[in-house]
Design a binder for this molecule. Sequence first.
Ligand code: ATP
Length: 227
Amino acid sequence: MTLLSLTQLTASYGATQALFGVDLDIAAGEAVAMMGRNGMGKTTTVRCICRMMPAQGTLVFDGQDLSRLPSHRAARLGIGLVPEGRRCFRDLSVAENLVAAARPGAWHAGRVERLFPRLGERRRQRAASLSGGEQQMLAIGRALMTNPRMLILDEATEGLAPTVRAEIWAAIATLKADGMAMLVIDKSLKELRGACDRAVILERGRSVWAGPMRALTTQVANTHLGL
Ligand code: ATP
């Protein structure tokens, strides 16, 4: 079953067009990597999916036309965003941050703490006192507390130490095994290969390649990602 479907999505920042035709499908339980060099439109596509900016083209989530919904309604439909830059409430504790995001469903603070034991250990600490990696775990935990049907991770491992990165990739693997649909943006092709079923590559605001991960050859990566 297709959960998210974008067809020929276009979007602009004022007079500057950023997206010129993005196609993207995510089925229930599927993890899709969105790749592309800097400035190619990945975050803009995420903003359009989350209704943080207007877009033209077709944007359907779970059979509903998202383009007609304001962002708070889109979030209620079940799209959980872990934004670039890991935003949490700095003056609230870890536990308070999780509760503040909660919507009814199978995810609760205890389950998030099982996924990220460090968050359980730091339950009463202010979010501002956490390390960068722990704040990222908290951002993922907050998105899960909304009980999404699809999770979007925008550069969730950016700037983190290798050991913390590995913990986050392990959590992504656990979520995948649990059947969570995901859109994953990351710079590490190696990790994306292990975590995702399919990939879409953006170039100058267009999806220029899409296919199963195993079809993403060195030549494709050279041509479109400069790797
Ligand atoms: P990165 O990996 O650097 O985050 P990206 O693929 O996510 O890149 P976007 O951030 O979506 O790329 O940017 C796509 C285009 O839109 C770029 O040309 C960028 O300069 C432009 N852009 C992004 N945000 C804004 C903004 N707030 N105002 C104007 N232009 C923007």
